[in-house]
Design a protein. Structure first.
Lengths: 618, 618
């Protein structure tokens, strides 16, 4: 670790060196640790496998969003062999549905080696699709009008899973075809038992092709990442398998993926995985990452000897075990605050403001975040249900990245219960995908939190006093003139000109010179800015009758920083900068009191803004 | 779903009805669905089990933070039987360590029934601790000077796991002791094989006691929640098992917990689980929740028939399958912004402010949140490494709830790399537990984000220009007097009194009448408030020389809202409200210009505060 003083490095000038991720050296370290390992022996049951360079070694890790970390010979090709089994199993689940496939192939570990010829006699089916008996049965189930179509569909699956073109090692394929007597025996036994139907040669041809697909450590890591990402390739965005079938594939990998080493693998590494006699191992951490390792020497179980050790080291050093303690799932609540902490961006009349000073605590805003599922939504619900005294509840979903059907159902039910119990509810900033999942009536949605707050404030004000909302104001009601005597007020009135604007009409244009202050007597205006690179305009505030706007006109003549537009018909009293200058010259006391009024209002708004910042920082 | 208009329910007055959680009716629904199920048969191998009421039925779910949902006979007692096996396995892992236990008991599924007498002959050990052979071997390994101590230790484990007093069903215990001939045979075979050592009767007595412990659906759900919570009971806070042993226990439950139904359980339900012939099933979703179900009728595998169906329904309806798609792990970044969006709470001199208008983008604040582990920290790191042009980086950890050793290592490495590359780094608001895990030198820590921002701003200003920071100011340098002519400035100067404060001296007291504005010529002052219910004071802002404070004194005499204290020796020019009134009376123009200056400064600060609100809302 760098010593203390280096913490202040901002004064150094060398900022050109690219920064390497700390993950990369960590992988290199694991690679170096096992580089000299020579344990195990290369598979020899066909000559093509026995001829591979046993020293080859590569480690690849791909995150669920598609970032690749790699070290060693991660692009060196080798045949995928048994790692094809769970993937083809996924394809036939997709072709036939889970129930039909379960009729044909079990999901129980056999506790035996991968090439054992033994069946689940009670159900007349192979034990599972990860051993040869079940894998051959699975290949026999790939749909297609003829052999060529079935091969094409199989190859297309591997293309979609890996995100790259797929080729077959023809010499391995031909060698397997010529020498795979044991698998031929299995297929004929299954045909005899009625476990498979159709032409044994066609099924075996397909099976040997799938086993002879060329892959690499990097490619396996991408396939694993596609499974980790719910079946969608993280870079191409293509869906290779349906989410529910991915779950089934990972389940069978968990209990049966590593042959008679499955239990110890689960204990030590704890990731759904599959190995192949070509020397590859593929492991999946759902939602997080995929791993591909290549090292051809095998142990007694037929798993890559070095590959197992690398996976255990990775699992240990990165805490990848699926059952490792990652702490409690946290509530989906990002933050929550009351309507008294943060107001809507509507600047209301003084009467309404005073009412809301009292009523603001009746509004609660609860912001949710992340991927919503049962455990984090249940916790959020509990917190919301504890807000029993609140009359208005805003659920803000702007930071929600995904929402499953369970979480959507719980939220829908919550809204229903709150409404039945007499609460007002608004859902703010809900992404379109979440809206679809929620299936809640459109009346509940608001574009953003401030609109939802505004709706809640409106409802509370209306319930309290119809008169407080939207009423026309008189000059004497404005806070900034409250220090003026009646006589001074009349003098001011003489300097003002009454103007009316239609709904939609622009009163102030951004960039123009600030040359008038406006007393808004009737109607509502919007304060908007156009932002560079963003379409449309952003509404900064809405202003109700009883407020002034454009007050910087009295403080010099800086350019206007926003447009102000009437959103209803609006009536104003305009005080031009020239009229103010003349007034101040003739009646300095009136000018000073007006500026003091402006400054006071700014001071109050600044204090409220600072309180909002504190509430948002928490 | 409620109809649209009901969204506006805030006007209704009935808010007394307590709100029920949507989880409760969901459990009731599942309970009702299976209430009439009569499939399966009660265990009969001892008379005490065959005598239980087969209709009993209870479902309990406990969240990882200890909230219990329950329906049916969740408090009805029954014997725990085989559900004790993984728990005692955890105890012996704790007693001997994993390697020693693996020498004695394997972790591979046997693919056979629970009472099968078959061993892993290659390793001369039982296949796993979830079948009787391995469970008896596990019980034989419980440490203790004598039989009584071993029983006490075993019972204490169950007390800690469940959080309640443990009792044994004496009649079941005596019946098992009298009729458990098969288990006696197993124990003697193991003794003969050298798989266990010591007195067979003592081991069997212990084993029968552990199987005869009385539990309930609720109690099982609490035990499961303790395992889900990394071994700490969520209500009592007591650690029952070490986290690493919990991982091993859950691993073995995954591959071996449901006997020869383990594969299909993993496929359909996908939770580490254990069943017992007493009719109980316990299932764990790590980090999230525990489930306990009680229904005495068993299926052919010896698992509760109704219990399996309830668990499948729960897993389906709540999406609990451990391998179900819960979306990608999200980056641990809560939000990030630049020092130009949000400034520290130090109000700097005009020269410094102008410099920071340009330099603020050189500071990046990255806020992290939640439980930090590999996948979400790796993503956060990638985002940070992309901020290559930034000179100062603040990592804010105030919302980090836990940090594992991997995430801590990655962050430590990141800081090291950033510093080596010439960046200034600050860690803000780091919880004490995270500080320990991070093991980064104290020079990197700041109490909060604003202090870290301040340190970064200081460093940038110092690098740019020594003169800009902390220099004394002259009256003519203050923004609020910039409209005054030299002659007017001299008139103003005549109304000011110079005052000096020692470090620590209070200049303004909260609640007092605002009767002076201060021009801060030299030194720095803090603006602080005491908050109800919070110890000490909260610093709202620090103010450097070149700024005024107490300006509301010119806008009326509202009470002061905060204390202002000199934190260095400070020199001010004081303008009392009385002096200002006299000045305004004699020279109205000067008074007006001063108020305009104050209003302008408030207007600029309000605009900056609104920009900060926008940055924080994102």
């Amino acid at each position: 670790m760098a010593a203390g003083p280096s913490a202040n490095a901002a004064t150094r000038s060398d900022r050109t060196a690219p920064l390497e991720s700390p993950i990369q050296p960590l992988l290199r370290d694991i690679y170096a640790k096992f580089l000299d390992s020579r344990d195990g022996a290369v598979a020899t049951y066909i000559p093509e496998l026995s001829g591979v360079d046993p020293e080859q070694f590569g480690i690849a890790l791909v995150t669920a969003d598609g970032h690749l970390y790699e070290v060693g010979q991660t692009r060196a090709p080798f045949t995928i062999q048994s790692i094809s089994k769970p993937l083809v199993y996924g394809l036939v689940l997709q072709d036939h549905g889970r129930d039909a496939v379960l009729e044909r192939i079990g999901v129980e570990p056999s506790g035996e080696a991968f090439n054992e010829i033994r069946f689940d006699d009670d159900r007349n089916r192979p034990f599972n699709a990860m051993v040869n008996t079940g894998a051959i049965a699975a290949s026999s189930l790939i749909r297609g009008a003829e052999a060529a179509e079935r091969v094409t569909r199989m190859l297309d699956l591997f293309r979609a899973l890996s995100g790259e073109a797929v080729t077959i090692d023809e010499s391995v394929y031909r060698s397997e075809l010529a020498t795979g007597h044991r698998n031929r025996a299995i297929a004929y036994l299954e045909l005899n038992n009625g476990m498979i139907v159709g032409d044994v040669d066609t099924h075996l041809d397909l099976y040997y092709r799938q086993c002879s697909i060329l892959t690499s450590a990097a490619s396996l890591a991408f396939i694993a990442a596609t499974l980790a990402n719910g079946g969608v390739h993280p870079r191409t965005g293509e869906r290779a398998l349906a989410t529910k079938h991915v779950r089934d594939v990972l389940s069978v990998m968990t209990t049966c993926g590593m042959y008679d080493f499955a239990g110890e693998w689960e204990l030590r590494i704890g990731l759904p995985a599959k190995s192949g006699v070509g020397g590859g191992i593929m492991a999946v951490l759902p939602g997080q990452l995929g791993i591909g390792v290549f090292s051809p020497r095998l142990d007694a179980h037929g798993n890559s000897h070095r590959g197992i050790r690398v996976c255990e080291e990775l699992s240990d050093r990165l805490h990848l075990h699926l059952l490792a303690d990652r702490g409690r799932a946290r509530s989906a609540i990002r933050r929550s605050y009351r309507g008294s902490d943060i107001r809507s961006k509507r600047r209301r009349s003084q009467a309404a403001r005073l009412l809301l000073d009292r009523l603001g605590t009746e509004i609660a805003v609860v912001e949710l975040q992340g991927n919503l599922f049962f455990a984090n939504t249940e916790q959020a619900l509990r917190s919301v249900l504890e807000l029993a005294e609140v009359r208005c509840l805003v659920l803000a979903l702007g930071q929600v990245t995904a929402i499953d059907a369970v979480a959507a159902g719980l939220l829908r039910d919550l809204v229903d219960r709150l409404v039945t119990a007499g609460r007002m509810v608004r859902l703010a900033a809900v992404p379109a995908s979440a809206r679809k999942a929620l299936a809640i009536g459109p009346a509940f949605y608001e574009a953003d939190v401030t609109s939802a707050l505004e709706a809640c404030e409106d409802a509370l004000l209306q319930a309290e006093s119809e008169a407080a909302v939207g009423a026309a104001s008189h000059l004497e009601d404005f806070e900034i003139v409250e220090e003026l005597s009646p006589a001074e007020l009349e003098i001011l009135r003489g300097r003002l000109s009454r103007r009316a604007f239609r709904a939609g009409e622009t009163i102030i244009t951004e960039g123009s010179e600030a040359d008038s202050l406006y007393f808004l007597l009737e109607g509502t205006v919007d304060v908007c800015v156009a932002r560079v690179g963003e379409p449309g305009v952003t509404r900064l505030a809405a202003i109700d009758a009883g407020n002034v706007f454009g007050e910087v006109a009295l403080l010099g003549k800086p350019p206007r920083t926003a447009d102000v537009t009437a959103i209803t018909a609006a009536t104003v009293l305009e005080l031009t900068a020239a009229a103010f200058a003349a007034l101040s010259h003739k009646h300095p006391g009136i000018g000073a009191k007006l500026v003091i009024g402006v400054a006071r209002s700014l001071s109050v708004r600044l204090r409220r803004a600072n309180a909002a910042i504190q509430a948002l920082e928490g």
